[in-house]
Design a protein around this ligand. Structure first.
Ligand code: NAD
Ligand code: UGA
Length: 458
């Protein structure tokens, strides 16, 4: 069959896989290929056991795979045979050299740009899907257009705004699609080609265009604003605990102001995920680079409050459990950074486990989807950690439960049954405010919500 467009995505991760699956699913007239350097990941994409858990993903992959959606390790062939290339490789925080701990590590991204140059035999549109520091497209263009031959490249910025756990919904019905391009004849034509792809299922008025630098920056700023809301509400949760105010009531009252809005105002044990912290630190680094130190400090405080919230959670456990956790069994309900994903990158659970182990507690971890990743995250950490899938069994004999992920399954557990098997006094620290605190208190637990008065028996 002859396809109308041949699309390649380099990077088969949390973004590349679902995004391309959605394009293939919505556009049977296009052939979509996803390549990756990791052969295990590609083999998993080609199996029934996909490398990531995302509600609804399995169905759309199954519907398109083998028809117009292909996963492969042939990067060279992929670049040669496709004219539209999305780049969705990882851009983690740099861990070495100048900017370590702050700047984006662009080595994977630059390697990809060089591969595209090396294997291209015809004109290409190259689309930045990865989140990148502003002005990265300039570097990409410089690399791609270094050798003057007949092959030319147009670079577009098309950041991804999906959230894990709701990726399929977000991709199917996005708030907006943002496309940035250079203001040149070929840049504008390339932009139109990409608009056409999305217009297969996204209403035109939701497809917005901008200059390329605004597009790159808007992505990082969106994440910074979202994270800032969480740090704002978490900061106020600390004040609520001192004043007997209730954070749920405060966030409801504040969020009903239509200028503020109610989303992203749930107090928590802190935000996690692979992007918020890295993107804010990247923003901070950029501001420092341009000498905007006050702006950098402002945004850095969002990350500081997030760290503070996690440390506060630990210290609350320590002080309320008689200032020692040594030898006490603590059960972590949830290890994923949020519900409906198996992803544990930058999950608060990692830091909390590390700190609890420093206090010489014994940790039992339960999670419906993230135990495999949790085991990998904790390799090499010294101390006693076990992994138990069933939350009832996991809590047996424990002194405390810490709810770290807002999985629905934890909302409606039989807490009486759980209480009966635990060591007394038994405590629950609800880092997500998802359970019925009064009911658990009535059962006999000491209950420590986030940003609300504690309910204790002594
Ligand atoms: P990921 O680590 O899950 O996937 C990246 C993939 O790229 C990996 O499988 C890796 O093997 C592959 N890769 C790296 N170098 C390669 C190369 N030279 N050739 C081929 N493959 C290569 O990362 P992710 O979560 O999908 O994030 C990708 C980008 O998208 C990041 O910039 C991130 O900030 C951004 N983003 C992520 C999310 C999210 O929810 N995870 C949402 C929006 C944007
Ligand atoms: C986030 C953004 O929401 C996406 O738009 C963006 O594309 C993505 O980052 C990215 O660039 O990677 P994600 O990290 O997958 O998506 O998930 P979120 O729903 O944003 O949650 C992030 C963290 O904040 C989670 O740990 C979550 O539990 C926490 N959170 C969220 C709160 O603590 N309180 C809230 O009210 C909302």
């Amino acid at each position: 069959m002859k396809f109308r467009k041949n699309i390649l995505c380099i990077g088969a991760g949390y973004v590349g896989g679902p995004t391309m699956a959605m394009i293939a699913y919505k556009c049977p007239q296009y052939r979509v290929t996803v390549v990756d350097i990791n052969p295990i990941r590609i083999a998993e994409w080609n199996s029934d056991d996909l490398p990531i858990y995302e509600p609804g993903l399995g169905e759309i992959v199954k519907a398109a795979r083998g028809k117009n959606l292909f996963f492969s390790t042939d990067i060279e062939g992929g670049i040669r045979d496709n004219d539209i290339i999305f780049v969705s490789v990882n851009t983690p925080t740099k861990t070495f050299g100048a900017g370590a701990g702050m700047a984006a590590d662009l080595q994977y991204w630059e390697k990809t740009a060089r591969q595209i140059l090396q294997y291209s035999e015809s004109t290409k549109i190259v689309i930045e899907k990865s989140t990148l520091p502003v002005k990265t497209a300039l570097a990409m263009e410089k690399i791609l257009n270094y050798t003057k031959n007949s092959v030319s490249f147009d670079v577009l910025s098309n950041p991804e705004f999906l959230a894990e756990g709701s990726a399929i919904k977000d991709l199917e019905n996005p708030d907006r699609i943002l496309i940035g391009c250079q203001d040149t004849k070929s840049g504008l034509a390339a932009r139109e080609t990409l608009v056409e792809i999305y217009a297969n299922w996204v209403p035109r008025e939701k497809i917005i265009t901008s200059n390329i630098w605004s597009s790159e920056l808007s992505k990082i700023v969106s994440n910074a604003f979202l994270a800032q809301r969480i740090s704002s509400i978490n900061a106020i949760s600390a004040l609520c605990e001192k004043t007997d105010a209730d954070i749920t009531e405060v966030s409801k009252a504040v969020g009903m102001d239509s200028r503020i809005g109610s989303k992203f105002l749930s107090a928590s044990v802190g935000f996690g995920g692979s992007c918020f912290k890295k993107d804010i630190l990247n923003l901070v680094y950029l501001c420092q680079h341009y000498g905007l130190h006050e702006v950098a400090d402002y945004w850095e405080s969002v990350v500081r409050i997030n760290q503070y919230q996690q440390e506060r959670f630990i210290l609350n456990m320590l002080t309320t459990m008689f200032n020692t956790l040594a030898g006490k069994r603590i059960c972590l309900f949830g290890f994923a950074f949020k519900a409906n994903t198996g992803d544990t990158r930058e999950s608060p659970a990692i830091y909390i486990t590390k700190r609890l182990l420093e206090e010489k507690a014994e940790i039992v971890i339960t999670d419906p989807k993230a135990l495999k990743n949790a085991k990998a995250d904790l390799t090499g950490m010294e101390g006693q950690v076990s992994f138990v899938e069933d939350p009832y069994k996991a809590a047996e004999g424990c002194h405390a439960i810490a709810i770290l992920t807002e999985w629905d399954v934890y909302r409606n557990l039989d807490f009486q049954k759980i209480f009966n098997t635990m060591t007394k006094p038994a405590s629950i620290f609800d880092g997500r405010n998802i359970i019925d605190h009064k009911r658990c208190f009535d059962i006999g637990f000491n209950v420590y919500p986030t940003g609300k008065p504690a309910l204790t028996h002594s």
